[in-house]
Design a protein around this ligand. Structure first.
Ligand SMILES: CC(C)(COP(=O)(O)OP(=O)(O)OC[C@H]1O[C@@H](n2cnc3c(N)ncnc32)[C@H](O)[C@@H]1OP(=O)(O)O)[C@@H](O)C(=O)NCCC(=O)NCCS
Length: 217
């Protein structure tokens, strides 16, 4: 049970506040944004403070941090905030919905795992991973850091998902695949073979686009 600072004041921050308030033992006490985006000083009836000052007002010894955020820029915007708050000395919570199905899986910090995710036994999840609602995460898998599953993704058994991957809605990953760092699998697209780092794959069967994922999303 911790007092939590949430990064951001947009939709995901509002949702994080909602989920933590209604479905966790934690208490949200404040929001923080970069100074240049600090326009309103309260949000959801709580203070909004500049990220530049947050550790002075809410010391890392007394408060924990949560920065779920967008998958934009192939998860690297979220990674940047996660590492910056870590450098200030904060520790992080993870939120796992009480309506998700888990089996004692190892789950890292700053993860945001919403309702109706099924995470089968013997699959591990790294740090800073977002799973929006309703994904099937198969057994004996490994998900590295800074990964984003949107909704209704099927990750079959024995897959290794490397860092920075992004999976569009309703996408499908065959069993035993290694999905390379920074892979973007488009909505309703299927991956049959191991992917190339920072590749973009769309359709079923999939077509690899010429541009890298960091120039796409
Ligand atoms: C892969 C993706 C990032 C490409 O986005 P984009 O660069 O803006 O591409 P566009 O929408 O301009 O489409 C370019 C072409 O690819 C096709 N295309 C795009 N995504 C496709 C997909 N997932 N499957 C098949 N074809 C696709 C488009 O039909 C279009 O074809 P055209 O040139 O013949 O008209 C995007 O389509 C996608 O799948 N995003 C994930 C969306 C998602 O899951 N959102 C959940 C909420 S976070």
């Amino acid at each position: 049970m911790a007092n939590i600072i949430i990064f951001g004041v947009l939709d995901t921050a509002e949702l994080a506040h909602f989920y933590l308030t209604n479905d966790s033992e934690h208490t949200v006490v404040a929001f923080t944004v970069d100074q240049e985006y600090l326009k309103e000083y309260t949000f959801k009836g709580l203070p909004v403070v500049a990220f530049e000052d947050v550790e002075t007002l809410f010391p890392p010894a007394d408060y924990q941090f949560f920065a779920p955020m967008t998958g934009r820029n192939m998860n690297r915007n979220r990674e940047k905030v996660y590492l910056a708050a870590k450098a200030k000395g904060y520790t992080f919570i993870s939120y796992v919905s009480s309506k998700a199905t888990t089996f004692g899986n190892q789950i890292g910090e700053n993860c945001f795992i919403l309702e109706d995710n099924t995470i089968q036994p013997f699959t591990t999840i790294g740090n800073n991973v977002v799973m929006w609602s309703g994904n099937h995460i198969g057994h004996h898998g490994r998900i590295d850091d800074h990964v984003f599953f949107t909704s209704h993704v099927v990750m079959s058994g024995h897959c290794h998902i490397q860092s920075y991957c992004f999976f569009g809605v309703n996408s499908t990953i065959r069993d035993y695949l290694t999905v390379a760092e920074g892979t973007l699998l488009g909505m309703a697209s299927a991956l049959y073979k191991n992917s190339d780092p920072w590749g973009v794959y769309i359709g079923n069967p999939p077509k690899k686009l010429p541009q890298p994922s960091y120039d796409t999303y």
